[in-house]
Write a protein that binds this ligand. Structure first.
Ligand SMILES: Nc1ncnc2c1ncn2[C@@H]1O[C@H](COP(=O)(O)OP(=O)(O)OP(=O)(O)O)[C@@H](O)[C@H]1O
Length: 257
């Protein structure tokens, strides 16, 4: 298995989260989250279902507001900027949805053109075509350009979903369970793609996953959300070298102990 290099912690922090709290009624989901994303790294976020991983992502992209704490993304304090600034920031933060979220009535080409036509209005038709083709090529699916999403496999749909996010060339990528529901071979292909995207597009990424093979293959660093905080952060080995009963079952289940 490929060994990922350690994160360069002297690099700029593209996301800085300090003392973040978020509750819904009496349910205290995030209870003092501290987390940094360094430029160029893939940070894997692990945690049991319902621990607040999606809530965290929604706060990062300004879809939810924190109760307390500071969330800074590419130098912007997310709940202090104007709505216009937030929209501009969201173009720098690509979010790859779990269900791929493709438009079923559009071809692959049209799905990829859509974010460009909406957000890069000065591009010529030729430039749009070039970007669509280059991005499809980067995810290895140029041959599907005229197909409909319904004609693609689950793994291909994931790739197209990633391509549609990548086409705006965001600085930060957020992957939400990129390998969920895929067979092991396709999972390995998606892991490889996430690593290729990191190298080719120089993205900084947060990868939410329950798949520890994915975590090991793509993560320069791993952070585990436990009881509302990232109590364990470090390399894959550092995070899992523990007898903590909240952590061990993740490892044992994934690696059949
Ligand atoms: N808008 C909301 N209003 C009320 N409760 C919410 C809201 N959003 C999330 N929650 C609650 O916050 C908790 C954390 O949800 P979240 O979706 O972040 O979990 P998760 O860690 O992403 O889970 P999974 O791994 O299953 O995707 C859940 O109990 C959920 O019901």
């Amino acid at each position: 298995m490929r060994e990922k290099p350690l994160t360069d912690t002297t690099a700029e922090k593209v996301i800085q989260i300090n003392g973040l709290y978020k509750s819904f009624g009496n349910y205290h989901v995030l209870r003092g989250v501290d987390l940094d994303l360094y430029r160029g790294e893939n940070l894997v976020v692990l945690g049991k279902s319902g621990t607040g991983k999606s809530v965290l992502i929604k706060i990062i992209i300004g879809l939810l507001t924190p109760d307390a704490g500071k969330v800074e993304v590419l130098g912007n304090v997310v709940d202090e900027i104007t709505y216009k600034e937030l929209l501009a920031l969201r173009l720098q933060v690509g979010f790859s949805f779990q269900n791929s979220a493709l438009y079923d009535s559009m071809t692959v080409r049209e799905n990829l053109e859509f974010p460009l036509v909406r957000n890069r209005k000065t591009l010529t038709k030729g430039e749009v075509n070039k970007l669509v083709e280059e991005t499809l090529d980067a995810v290895g699916l140029l041959q599907t350009i005229n197909q409909m999403p319904s004609e693609l496999s689950g793994g291909q749909r994931k790739r197209i979903g990633i391509a549609r996010t990548l086409i705006l060339q965001p600085e930060i990528m957020l992957y939400d369970e990129p390998t969920a529901g895929l067979d092991p071979i396709t999972c390995l292909e998606i892991n490889k793609l996430i690593n290729e995207v990191q190298e080719r597009y120089k993205t900084s990424s947060i990868v939410i996953t329950h798949d520890l093979t994915c975590a090991k293959e793509v993560g320069n660093r791993v952070a585990m959300l436990l009881d509302g905080k990232f109590e364990r952060q470090g390399t894959f080995e550092e995070v899992f070298n523990t007898n903590d009963e909240r952590v061990k079952p993740f490892y044992d289940y994934n690696f059949i102990k």
